[in-house]
Design a protein around this ligand. Structure first.
Ligand SMILES: C[S@@+](CC[C@H](N)C(=O)[O-])C[C@H]1O[C@@H](n2cnc3c(N)ncnc32)[C@H](O)[C@@H]1O
Length: 227
């Protein structure tokens, strides 16, 4: 479902591998991830209690799909702050309802935001935490930008799909996924969060022709990582 490479550390002349990945994927992202994101949103609703007057931030918000759904579902009075470094992703997000696009990385955003008087009641980071270069530092800055009683929801991929992977892709996948949950819990605790772990199966289905489209479009970046 996601980018199971250590993409954040690979820099090239036209940006990191992750930057290039998301730039090339931005226009097709909602199509490729539609079924999975619908499942994710249903899971989020089970655990993420949001009130209409809450200030909400979406960290690594991509095209803003989940933010728009949350804005509508929770009938928020204020737009969701959608922090996303990829300009192409933000181009899609800008057209959405209830979205305040901010083109920054988590690191850049929270470093500056700490001086603001505003505090977020809810923060969500769905499928983006693996891009954090210094997770403890970022979780600490997020924690200091939450209101008392504020909640951060971090969604991680802890197990790959049962799709067979090429060996190189499987190795990259394992390298990223093994210990992800344990490490993230430890990092969050170091950043003063009380941590609760909840597991959800993200079952979804797509037609065979769409699946081929997705693979051709490199939506599943293990394949990209295996090139
Ligand atoms: C797998 S996508 C998830 C997008 C969205 N949350 C969703 O679930 O549809 C990960 C997103 O994180 C963004 N990202 C990459 N590095 C980031 C960073 N350092 N801080 C915040 N977001 C980052 C990427 O550009 C990408 O849009």
């Amino acid at each position: 479902m996601d980018t199971p490479n250590d993409l954040s550390s690979v820099k090239g002349s036209t940006g990191s591998k992750a930057d290039r990945h998301y730039r090339s994927l931005a226009k097709s992202y909602d199509y490729f991830y539609k079924e999975l994101n619908e499942t994710k949103f249903a899971a989020l609703l089970k655990y993420f209690d949001v009130q209409p007057d809450h200030f909400v931030v979406d960290i690594g918000s991509g095209t803003g799909y989940l933010a728009e759904k949350a804005f509508e579902k929770f009938q928020l009075k204020n737009p969701i702050w959608c922090m996303e470094p990829c300009a192409e992703m933000q181009e899609v997000a800008k057209k959405r309802k209830g979205v305040l696009p901010i083109q920054k990385t988590a690191d850049e955003f929270f470093k500056d935001f700490v001086d603001s008087d505003l505090r977020f009641d809810r923060a969500m980071c769905i499928g983006a935490a693996h891009h954090f270069g210094d997770p403890v530092k970022i979780y600490r800055s997020i924690e200091s930008c939450l209101s008392p009683g504020g909640v951060l929801a971090v969604e991680l991929m802890i197990d790959a799909t049962n799709t067979p992977l090429f060996t190189r892709a499987a190795n990259v996948n394992d390298a990223m996924l093994i210990g992800t949950k344990e490490n993230t819990c430890a990092w969050l605790r170091l950043a003063n969060f009380d941590v609760e772990v909840l597991e959800e199966r993200m079952d979804y289905s797509v037609t065979k022709s769409k699946w081929y489209d997705m693979l051709r479009g490199r939506f599943y970046s293990s394949f990209k990582g295996a090139q």
